[in-house]
Ligand binder design. Structure first.
Ligand code: JB3
Length: 238
């Protein structure tokens, strides 16, 4: 692994008074995030999605296209107008890591940690702003999770891990102790990562894979035991 690129900007998992929340995205993942947020105690004001046909139910109005979210979420320092002291929090709730990465660049905001109340997060874990932790997920002691990451339903991230920005630990994945995962990496549904393994940035770990050795940046690792079979390149859209 040449580069882990895991600057972690952390806020305590329990920080931030629960208040008003804007959801960015209106698909399946946004539905899950919105329900978790309400269960946690957020007042969800509505959502942004370009597709007018999307719905997050009667209680959650569509507020406009994603481009409109910037005006609503920009922190006070970048707006300076009246009412800035009362800005809502926001969460990016789209599943695509590519799209999330683009939005992180262009949408400044006061990002919330949305955490389903059934999730177990160690008091010594540090969770980055904008991160979502789904129902029954577990994050163990001294683990650091970067900003805008998804620890999805039932995933387990064991102790002393360093998880980068915009990572997706998919439902039911199990990450052993001391694992490092670079930014923009997808750890597939039900996969298992051996303790101490280093996975680079921009990787895809396949559904059900068993990762027992390090995975370089931009690789795809599939199978049991997983093999890094492929490196992405700009011309490769497979
Ligand atoms: O597997 C699980 C548990 N969750 C998946 C999640 C992680 O990712 C889920 O099953 C889906 O595969 C996916 O959730 P997501 O992103 O909510 O997918 P979907 O329900 O298809 O909604 C995608 C939303 O993103 C749609 O409302 C689109 O309008 C919007 N969208 C997708 N691509 C886009 C683009 N919007 C813009 N502006 N630009 C895009 O390129």
């Amino acid at each position: 692994v040449t580069k882990l690129a895991t600057p972690v900007v952390s806020v305590p998992a329990a920080s931030g008074a629960l208040g008003r929340l804007l959801v960015i995205g209106g698909g399946g993942h946004a539905w899950v995030v919105t329900e978790a947020a309400r269960a946690q105690g957020w007042r969800v004001l509505g959502y942004f999605d370009d597709d007018e046909s999307t719905s997050l139910g009667d209680k959650t109005p569509r507020l406009g296209p994603i481009s409109g979210a910037a005006a609503a979420t920009a922190p006070a320092a970048e707006r300076g107008g009246p009412g800035d002291e009362d800005l809502p929090w926001a969460v990016i709730a789209l599943g695509s890591l590519d799209l999330r990465a683009r939005l992180i660049q262009v949408l400044p905001g006061l990002y919330a940690v949305v955490r389903h109340p059934s999730a177990i997060v160690s008091p010594s874990a540090r969770i980055g702003a904008g991160t979502f932790i789904g129902a029954t997920a577990v994050v163990q002691g001294r683990t650091q999770v970067g900003d805008h990451t998804i620890i999805n339903t039932g995933a387990i991230v064991e102790h002393d891990c360093v998880i980068g920005i915009n990572v997706h630990i998919a439902p039911g994945a199990k990450v052993g102790g001391g694992v490092r995962i670079g930014r923009d990496t997808l750890v597939g549904i039900g996969s298992s990562i051996r303790p101490g393994v280093k996975i680079g940035s921009g990787c895809t770990i396949g559904v059900g894979a068993a990762v027992v050795s390090d995975v370089p940046d931009n690789a795809r690792a599939i199978g049991v035991p997983a093999r890094a079979t492929h490196s992405w390149s700009d011309s490769d859209d497979s």
